[in-house]
Ligand binder design. Structure first.
Ligand code: NAI
Length: 330
């Protein structure tokens, strides 16, 4: 039986984790969940929101499913997510954004995969106050990180039968940093003659995405543009309740929804488990359990086709009722 780390999070995390475990169990796939609590709830007892045991569990199991955790404001703790990405070198942030049946959005046929570089760029955290009225942030782009993220995007495209990879930069202005990212993309792209290539400037991309998003397939971006564009793409398909994500490195992978711990609806049986479920489906594909992943995906799609929704998508089902509907469809 496959052992997988489950960080069940806080806020709505435990409720949606229960839902996803029940759905996977109903599919017939047996998983030995190594449940590790993290976040606000363990700070008092363990002194940190990310105890060493959580990292050790992921290092042992290689793969984790993660529900959201609260980042306490003003207590001096670094975000659990940022710490995880750093400690496990999860260099690729993957955000597939695809329309779901009957979820009302402005466009149909959106099926975009955003691949965001997760370790450098303006997120390297190199800032300084020059004087009282001036501050600087350094944008770091390296050949090693740019080549590996381009390679990741092309490998993903090949593995998932995607047709095109489009690189997004502002290389006309930042000729050295974004220029290097673009140059690395061009070099790597030569290794994948079967995949079409496209280059676009980030401002033009944003306009095109809100006018005609179905023209895009796989996008690969440096960290900051990737962060912004992936939220834009989440908005195209119905927002937080359905936006999935993953952080992937050479040795480890952590799959998680985009949304946070939603303390405003905690323990009210209102949370939508779809984003965590879609993240889990992507995780099952990643570990090679594609058959089960597709089985669960079909049941989820069928549930949406029946217009069965939680409140955030305009329905009236509780988390547990929505979960039961998916299980019935399996
Ligand atoms: P949030 O995503 O938790 O909530 C924003 C709004 O969306 C709320 O009204 C919430 O009820 C709703 N919402 C979110 N997920 C939902 C779901 N699955 N079903 C139905 N409604 C949902 O963002 P917020 O309030 O800014 O952050 C709350 C906490 O979560 C903060 O401490 C933040 O640091 C943390 N956070 C954690 C993340 C993670 O662990 N990956 C990611 C983002 C935020």
């Amino acid at each position: 039986m496959k052992r997988i780390t489950l960080i069940n999070g806080d806020g709505i995390g435990p409720e949606i984790s229960e839902a996803v475990m029940d759905i996977i169990d109903a599919s017939g796939l047996k998983i030995d969940w190594d449940i590790q609590s993290a976040g606000a709830d363990v700070i008092d007892s363990e002194g940190t929101p990310l105890p060493e045991r959580v990292l050790n569990s992921i290092k042992q199991n290689k793969v984790a499913l993660k529900a959201p955790v609260t980042t306490p404001i003003g207590k001096g703790f670094r975000s659990v997510n940022v710490q995880l990405r750093k400690a496990l070198d999860l260099y690729a942030n993957l955000r597939p954004c695809k329309n779901l049946p009957n979820v009302k959005t402005k466009f149909n046929n959106v099926d975009i995969v955003v691949v965001r570089e997760n370790t450098e760029d303006l997120y390297a955290g190199i800032e300084r106050q020059v004087d009282a009225d001036t501050a600087e942030s350094i944008k770091v782009i390296t050949r090693a990180a740019s080549e590996r993220i381009a390679k990741f995007a092309f490998d993903y495209a090949v593995k998932n039968n995607r047709k095109e990879v489009c690189v997004v930069t502002k290389a006309n202005i930042m000729k050295l940093s974004d220029g290097l990212f673009l140059d690395c993309f061009r070099n790597v792209s030569n290794l994948y003659p079967q995949i079409a290539k496209r280059e676009i400037l980030v401002d033009n991309l944003c306009m095109q995405l809100v006018q005609n998003p179905s023209q895009f397939d796989v996008l690969v971006l440096p960290n900051l543009y990737g962060d912004i564009v992936s939220d834009l793409c989440a908005g195209l398909i119905g927002g937080l309740g359905v936006a999935q994500g993953a952080n992937i490195g050479k040795d480890y992978a952590v799959f998680e929804p985009v949304h946070g711990s939603a303390p405003d609806i905690k323990e009210q049986n209102k949370a939508n488990p779809t984003a965590l479920l879609l993240s889990a489906i992507e995780m099952l594909k990643y570990i090679g359990e594609t058959q089960y992943a597709l089985k669960i995906e079909r049941a989820l799609y069928k549930t949406f086709e029946q217009s069965l929704f939680t409140c955030d998508l305009g329905g009236n089902l509780a988390t547990t009722e929505f979960t039961k509907a998916i299980i019935d469809n399996i």
